[in-house]
Design a protein. Structure first.
Length: 255
């Protein structure tokens, strides 16, 4: 069975990365919840997608330039007054469930990784919470993924390769890079996936996932390709489509 990951807690259903989104996701029959982590100026770990506050809160400026005491007073847009959450708070929402935490370790402005130690702090927080076996670290920056894994072994982890990387160096080199770094799974944008690409990843012994699966056609495509997992802003559509999807012909789970 292909796993469904509720992206940012279901960003097209509820305000992204909010308590509303996560509590609603916790009641869905999905296997994973995806969310994003940035550092504060005083080294707290906050769950928000952008490196700036402007789009999703009533604040402005870089997340990492503010202390948690200031950030905790800001309101997430569309929530009726709720604030952003700390990583530890999101962990506790999902601890009573079987849902896996799919944690994207974010970078700062212009896609520049935060100073060394951010990814390690995220990984250590998951380790201290005794949730390593129910978590997967992801990043578009391979070095960030490897820093997290180095801080918390064993750890599930995924390298998210952008379409530009896939085009610029080619799929064979993406696979070779992942293998050389001992990354067990690739995540590719859904429009960059095909049956041949899924087969090539599996032949190399890699798991394969997709992202940006936010409409019925994209969801149907990823289910038909039998990828391991995909993230979606519409987990409701994905759940319904999976229920309608025919079982695998060999009766085995696609992995």
């Amino acid at each position: 069975m292909t796993d469904i990951a509720s992206h940012r807690g279901g960003a097209l259903l509820w305000p992204e990365n909010s308590r509303i989104a996560f509590e609603n996701t916790s009641r869905l029959p999905v296997e994973q919840v995806e969310f994003d982590v940035h550092p504060t100026r005083d080294d707290e770990l906050v769950v928000i997608h952008d490196d700036t506050l402007d789009r999703t809160t009533d604040g402005k400026g870089p997340v990492a330039a503010r202390d948690w005491a200031d950030l905790s007073k800001l309101v997430l847009k569309g929530t009726g007054g709720q604030r952003m959450l700390l990583l530890d708070e999101v962990i506790e929402i999902f601890r009573p469930t079987p849902i896996v935490l799919r944690i994207e370790i974010k970078c700062g402005a212009d896609r520049v990784p935060y100073p060394a130690g951010h990814a390690a702090r995220v990984a250590d927080a998951i380790k201290q919470a005794k949730m390593l076996d129910r978590s997967a670290f992801t990043s578009f920056q391979l070095s960030t993924v490897l820093e997290a894994v180095g801080a918390a072994r064993p750890a599930n982890h995924v390298w998210l390769a952008t379409p530009n990387v896939q085009i610029d160096i080619g799929l064979a080199n993406v696979i070779a890079t992942a293998k050389a770094a001992n990354v067990p799974m690739l995540g590719l944008r859904q429009n960059m996936l095909s049956a041949d690409i899924v087969a090539a990843a599996r032949k190399a012994g890699l798991g394969i996932g997709g992202w940006a699966c936010n409409d019925a056609d994209a969801i149907a495509k990823l289910l038909a390709l039998q990828v391991d997992v995909f993230t979606t802003d519409r987990p409701d559509l994905a759940i319904a489509a999976r229920l309608r999807s025919p079982p695998h012909s060999d009766g085995e789970v696609a992995r």
